[in-house]
Design a protein. Structure first.
Ligand code: SIN
Length: 299
């Protein structure tokens, strides 16, 4: 089950996605003890932010829509969370969001000093003005943010991509050229829910990000497409709920996956279940390592 993402080795390919249970050391340690290969923190910015008012989440049968508004305690208040999580031996990726390359570099430097194993750049939140996909939809801005962070830190730099663009491959290629060590794909799909009875949008922010089962096929397409343009590892995200879902992402070209909505739906125990299912799948299909599966669909 050992997974390699560039120079990093992880005990298994199942990581906690940013945004779910990633704000306290207690919850991240619990996720790791439940069988995750590692965790990605909630996205952390320069200052504390309250986020949007409720309703911020809308759940339905095949997924979830959320617009939290990047609530977080601010980077200066996150050092203890990282040190406690790392002290428990958890493979920890620090997710950060900023408004420009200077903010991203500052945040990445802080995360590195706090002790994270890698930093994930949120270039993809689909609904907060001035952040996320506003930067991540432009190859030039992605190149400049990733390049600045690359200069600022020695730890691996992962760039998390938005699916809400015409050509994800070119944007991922810009991140690779600027020095990213891995591409994470995808963040949520920009969407909205409407209540006909209330005659209004459901979320307070009107627009949100769609995740879960409903987006698995967008994620698979993104991983496959990015793999054709990039040679760095790709980490697949979107709708992973079973061992066979993981296998699909690996065969599409992912080196590892992140799980978010399924953890919100079923709790941290989902990591152990998915790992067992993946192992059964590999045994049935005659695979003895993850490496044998990665990218077969592209050959
Ligand atoms: C949020 O905080 O609203 C979600 C963040 C993201 O989608 O990256």
């Amino acid at each position: 089950m050992t997974s390699r993402v560039g120079k990093i080795t992880i005990r298994n390919p199942l990581l906690l996605a940013s945004g779910i249970l990633g704000e306290s050391s207690g919850s991240m340690i619990r996720v790791y003890s439940s069988g995750a290969g590692g965790v990605v923190t909630k996205s952390i910015g320069m200052e504390p932010r309250d986020g949007y008012r409720n309703p911020t989440v809308y759940e339905f049968e095949s997924g979830m829509l959320n617009a939290m508004g990047l609530p977080n305690p601010g980077i200066e208040h996150f050092s203890d969370v990282i040190s406690r999580t790392k002290a428990a031996g958890v493979f920890t990726v620090g997710s950060i969001f900023g408004g420009d390359e200077n903010e991203f570099s500052h945040l990445a430097g802080k995360m590195e000093a706090y002790g994270v194993d890698a930093v994930e750049l949120n270039l993809s939140c689909p609904h907060v003005e001035g952040f996320g996909s506003e930067l991540g939809s432009s190859p030039e801005r992605v190149r400049s943010v990733v390049g600045a962070v690359r200069q600022a830190v020695r730890i691996p730099v992962w760039a998390k991509m938005t699916p809400n663009v015409a050509d994800m491959g070119s944007i991922a290629a810009a991140a690779e050229e600027a020095g990213a060590d891995a591409i994470v794909a995808i963040n949520t799909v920009r969407a909205m829910a409407i209540s006909a009875r209330l005659r209004r949008p459901v979320l307070s922010n009107t627009y949100g990000g769609l995740s879960g089962e409903a987006v698995k096929y967008v994620g698979l397409r993104a991983v496959y497409e990015i793999g054709k343009k990039c040679s760095i590892p790709v980490i697949g995200v979107g709708g992973v709920r079973s061992g066979e879902d993981v296998a699909e992402y690996l065969v599409a070209g992912a080196s590892a996956v992140q799980i978010g909505t399924a953890v919100a739906e079923r709790g941290p125990g989902v990591f152990g279940q998915v790992a067992d299912e993946l192992s059964d799948f590999m045994e049935r299909e005659g695979f003895s390592s993850l490496k044998e599966m990665i990218g077969i669909a592209r050959r």
